[in-house]
Design a protein around this ligand. Structure first.
Ligand code: TLP
Length: 348
């Protein structure tokens, strides 16, 4: 199977598995795991924040950030297709007891004026705006990079109103590599950030959240409350360190593969490209073929290719290091033959 469903499917490298086996460990609830402590120090340094905390997943990291920043009854401003709103099972309402205020965007970038207009003023009828969330790269916008200038303007608005900003940077390293900008420059435009280790970077488990020392101290308590206080977590930190040390720059290869894939798919009659290609996500529309995304995905699966549906006619392909150039070429050939067979069937 050529698995392009997500970059989450990447498996740990041989070097990561060896490091897991050999990791020096301790009890992380006592903050005594030397490998995990090293990971958190390195992450804080990379992200330009005072401290960082290892969490079990991107979702847990985002949820802990919301729980730490907000109180029950607050309102959170976030993009209408953001992962926190769209894909986290309503967790911010279920756990943090906050309500959401969604904002439209252009390819994931929200208009700072629209955000400012959504900020609540003092009124007995209104909730308080507790947090603004950004996402970079933006998943549903097809791995779109939110420009630093947009983030900076939003941060300025937030600071004027004394509202914290959290960045869901599940794929922030993709944005950094694609724009040749260090991750800390993006993270400097927000109070807190979550980055995933287990997507394109290939670590088996985990994410990091980073911010001020006082944010991380409170977040650590929320993590414990949620059952995310791990013990000998150095086993997970060891591959994560390798991910940060060796897997970042190579994301450029995934981006190049996405470009090649997009070009090949765009050349197929009846398939249109939906996103401007910036990182490792390709969104295509198959409506003109007279097929739904679910039907097309089934045809792909029969030929050994996995992808996911992103809408009734939209399919997402995500490139990552477990898919090589030959496999990308093979996917293009397979799509071409599916399209050809389908066109022949329709014309008969
Ligand atoms: N996204 C997954 C699915 O949940 C959709 C994927 O395959 O892309 N923020 C963003 C922007 C994400 O894309 C994801 C995962 C997360 C947070 C959550 O990370 P995990 O899966 O570690 O909880």
């Amino acid at each position: 199977m050529i698995d392009l469903r997500s970059d989450t499917v990447t498996k740990p490298t041989a070097e990561m598995r060896k490091a897991m086996f050999e990791a020096e460990v301790g009890d992380d609830v006592y903050i005594e795991d030397p490998t995990l402590n090293r990971l958190e120090e390195k992450a804080a340094e990379l992200l330009g924040k005072e401290a960082a905390l290892f969490v079990t997943s991107g979702t847990q990291g985002n949820q802990i950030a919301v729980l730490t920043h907000c109180k029950r009854g607050d309102e959170v401003i976030l993009e209408k297709d953001s992962h926190i709103f769209y894909y986290e099972g309503g967790a911010i309402s279920a756990f943090a007891g906050v309500q959401t205020r969604t904002i439209e965007s252009v390819r994931g970038a929200m208009n700072p004026t629209a955000i400012e207009e959504a900020v609540r003023t003092e009124d007995i009828h209104f909730p308080e705006t507790g947090l603004i969330c950004l996402e970079n790269t933006h998943n549903r916008a097809g791995g779109a990079i939110i420009p630093l200038s947009n983030m900076a303007t939003i941060y300025k608005v937030a600071q004027e109103h004394n509202i914290p900003v959290h960045l869901d940077g599940a794929r922030l390293f993709n944005a950094a590599v694609a724009t040749n900008t260090p991750v800390h420059e993006f993270a400097a435009q927000t109070d807190t950030v979550q980055v995933c280790l287990s997507k394109g970077l290939g670590a088996p488990v985990g994410s990091l959240i980073a911010g001020s020392q006082s944010f991380v101290d409170k977040a650590r308590k929320w993590r414990k409350r949620l059952g995310g206080g791990l013990r000998q977590a150095g086993i997970l930190a060891a591959p994560a360190l390798i991910a940060l040390e060796t897997m970042v720059e190579r994301l450029a290869i995934d981006h190049e593969h996405a470009q090649i894939l997009a070009q090949g798919l765009r050349d197929c009659d009846g398939i249109t490209l939906e996103n401007k290609l910036e990182t490792n996500i390709v969104l295509v529309n198959v409506e003109q073929l007279g097929l739904t995304s679910a039907q097309f995905i089934e045809l792909l699966k029969k030929e050994g290719v996995l992808a996911v549906s992103f809408g009734p006619y939209t399919i997402r392909f995500t490139t990552h290091y477990d898919v090589n150039r030959n496999q990308i070429d093979k996917v293009i050939d397979i799509v071409q033959s599916i399209v050809k067979n389908n066109t022949e069937k329709v014309s008969v």
